[in-house]
Design a protein around this ligand. Structure first.
Ligand code: GLN
Length: 315
């Protein structure tokens, strides 16, 4: 049985202490392979916790709109798992950790061109190619709509981020063609790469991310709009993918210290989901070598420990 969520006062204290403690940490660097991301002020730092009753508690820069990047992979996964079912998703994309960086070509070479996880670039493009729709624009609208339903407000594409990504994403285009040759790309590869890239180029706030995560913590019902977005049976599949690959090569270390399924993006966003309780969202642009927000990881670890959220330590 899941214990009840921690009291809001304890959460406020924990996030304020985390913000104070880690805002002076200057380790890591903004992502620079996407030019836009290099220009985001590195000092920005926000933490938001979203409860399953729809309450959100925030500290710091929680209204700054940042690029969702790889966190988008979770919501496209949710869309496709709803459309084709959990077993088809596992068979066509996979449900295993890669143990390699998010844009690894080696991971594909080692596994006969199968992505293994929908949360690395290869698997996310493969998943985008599985969105059921009449054409690429229709698939894109559904991806954007899914992000919006999770956030409970209309999420928009940033033309600036998209332009920055689309003009530099040659490596991802190469991965898309490798997937096509191995039979793990289910639409035109460049179309899939394009809509995947657009999906990474939307803007969200830490507060949005807290609500998006709280929707997963709440079994697939957005706690603010009360809309069911994902069948409850599919939520554990999404969270297990996050657990295995959410922070790429650091997924094991993250789990060891935070004890929650998580997902990061190179825009500096990071999400941790405590099922049945709440979600922790943080935003801070400087990343470690694996591509995960440095302050975001420290904050999630601190908050999870303070509030005893580790799913392997019940009670
Ligand atoms: N758009 C980025 C890419 O495809 C997302 C990567 C990430 O956030 N890890 O490389």
């Amino acid at each position: 049985m899941i214990a009840s969520p921690p009291a809001s006062q304890a959460v406020s204290l924990a996030i304020e202490a985390a913000h104070k403690q880690f805002s002076g940490n200057n380790d890591g660097k903004n992502a620079s392979y996407i030019p836009y991301l290099a220009s985001v002020p590195s000092h920005l730092f926000g933490i938001a916790v979203g409860f399953i009753d729809g309450t959100v508690i925030e500290v710091g820069d929680t209204s700054y709109e940042f690029a969702i990047e790889s966190i988008s992979k979770v919501f496209t996964l949710a869309l496709v798992i709803e459309q084709i079912g959990a077993e088809a998703l596992r068979e066509k994309v996979g449900a295993d950790p890669t143990g390699l960086p998010f844009n690894s070509v080696m991971a594909l070479a080692l596994h006969n061109g199968k992505p293994l996880s929908p949360l690395v670039n290869a698997g996310a493009m493969s998943t985008a190619s599985l969105v059921q729709g009449k054409d690429a624009e229709d698939r894109w609208r559904q991806i954007l709509n899914m992000q919006s339903r999770f956030a409970g407000r209309r999420i928009s594409l940033s033309q600036e981020v998209n332009q920055s990504e689309q003009t530099t994403n040659f490596h991802n285009r190469g991965i898309a063609w490798i997937l096509y040759s191995s039979g793990a790309m289910y639409s035109d590869p460049i179309e899939a790469c394009d809509i995947y890239t657009r999906g990474c180029s939307t803007l969200i706030t830490a507060k949005d991310l807290a609500i998006m995560g709280a929707t997963l913590a709440n079994g697939g019902i957005n706690p603010v709009t009360k809309e069911r977005i994902v069948q409850s049976a599919n939520v554990p599949h999404i969270l297990s993918e996050m657990m295995m690959e959410g922070l790429y090569t650091a997924s094991g270390d993250w789990l060891y210290s935070v004890g929650l399924p998580g997902k990061s993006g190179v825009g500096g966003g990071i999400l941790a989901v405590a099922p049945g309780k709440l979600a922790i969202a943080a935003f801070s642009p400087p990343l470690d070598e694996a591509g995960n927000s440095v302050r975001g990881q420290l904050a999630a670890e601190y908050i999870s420990q303070q509030l005893k959220l580790n799913i392997f330590a019940p009670g």
